[in-house]
Design a binder for this molecule. Structure first.
Ligand code: ATP
Length: 319
């Protein structure tokens, strides 16, 4: 490959900019020309491409969001749309593409690879729901934001001897709830991967309060239920009236943590290296600290595993 392009697609996440910067600079370092595609696959179909130089990715490593912007694009779901996307790239002499996004974006990259464009996927989502990587770009920052919010809630809860239900993002994946729950000492962690019994949780809360616990936090992954519903059920079973906090999109914003910036930098560079080696249709990830590639076909057809050891530890420590 001589000319490559990079785009961000699907939901944004912190660290996408650091990944774009790594792709651009790593490509230039290797003597490639590199283009940025605005607004994901939609921008590709609109031929919204611009050549990137060292300076076009200056001062972005610390910024949330994505300077390339992102979009969801219905037209790209059709074979005609994909065909046109490949033509736009070919017309501009581009034979390699790095796609930063979630599994939908990966599937788009897979389709383009079948049309002769070499593609690499980078896991850009706060949800940590992509398999064959221990972490996705943005997850670490999202967890930090949740932990920070729970610290603040704890201060006021302890003063008033209250309980809180905190609803966090993650779609069908409980990792944000798990990691933030462990890091913030939540009493209960409700995730879609593990069945739970609100009745039992409620009586444990009641017991703990009777035994002198001054606050209690229940963290709920959005895939496990709505904070409001969980709180209502706890009140029904125990009389305790937990306050509900839904953190929402603040989890997707703000400056990325150093972990996300380093992950994004390593993965961005790795994706370009793999393209120059002629590799294609792969998702890039990090497993036990090692950079790895996995066929996109396999990535999108595998469900991400859940770390039961970590979950059990969190529960053991939250007595
Ligand atoms: P997130 O998990 O953050 O939402 P995502 O990448 O999964 O990110 P999607 O909306 O599923 O987000 O996908 C982004 C875009 O990728 C879609 O709008 C569409 O243009 C393209 N895409 C999704 N699925 C496919 C597919 N099966 N084939 C081709 N393109 C696809």
């Amino acid at each position: 490959v001589k000319k490559i392009a990079v785009l961000t697609s699907g939901g944004d996440s912190q660290g996408m900019n650091a990944a774009v910067r790594a792709v651009v600079r790593s490509a230039l370092f290797r003597g490639l020309e590199v283009y940025g595609v605005q607004r994901g696959y939609q921008g590709l179909l609109n031929e919204d491409l611009r050549q990137m130089d060292l300076r076009s990715v200056g001062d972005i490593i610390q910024r949330g969001g994505t300077i390339l912007q992102t979009a969801r694009c219905k037209e790209f779901l059709t074979p005609e749309g994909q065909q046109r996307g490949a033509e736009v790239l070919r017309k501009n002499g581009i034979d390699g593409l790095v796609v930063i996004g979630g599994d939908g974006s990966y599937q788009g990259a897979n389709k383009l690879s079948k049309l002769g464009i070499k593609t690499m996927g980078l896991p850009g989502t706060i949800d940590n729901d992509i398999p064959f990587t221990d972490f996705t770009i943005g997850f670490d920052t999202a967890v930090s934001i949740v932990v920070d919010a729970i610290n603040k809630l704890r201060d006021t809860m302890t003063s008033h001897e209250r309980s809180s239900v905190v609803e966090v993002m993650g779609r069908h994946c409980g990792d944000i709830a798990l990691y933030a729950g462990l890091a913030s000492g939540a009493e209960s962690i409700l995730v879609p991967e593990v069945p739970f019994d609100i009745k039992e949780i409620s009586s444990r809360m009641k017991e703990n309060f009777q035994n002198g616990k001054r606050h209690s936090i229940v963290i709920v992954a959005e895939g496990a239920g709505k904070g409001e519903d969980i709180s209502r059920e706890i009140t029904e079973y125990s009389g305790i009236e937990p306050r509900v906090t839904v953190l929402g999109h603040i989890q997707r914003g703000g400056t990325p943590t150093h972990n996300d910036r380093i992950l994004a930098s390593r993965l961005g560079d790795f994706a370009v290296q793999k393209l120059t080696e002629g590799d294609s249709a792969k998702g890039c990830g990090i497993i036990k600290g090692e950079l790895v590639t996995t066929d996109i076909d396999k990535v999108v057809s595998t469900k991400k595993g859940f770390d039961m050891d970590l979950y059990n530890l969190a529960i053991r420590l939250a007595q």
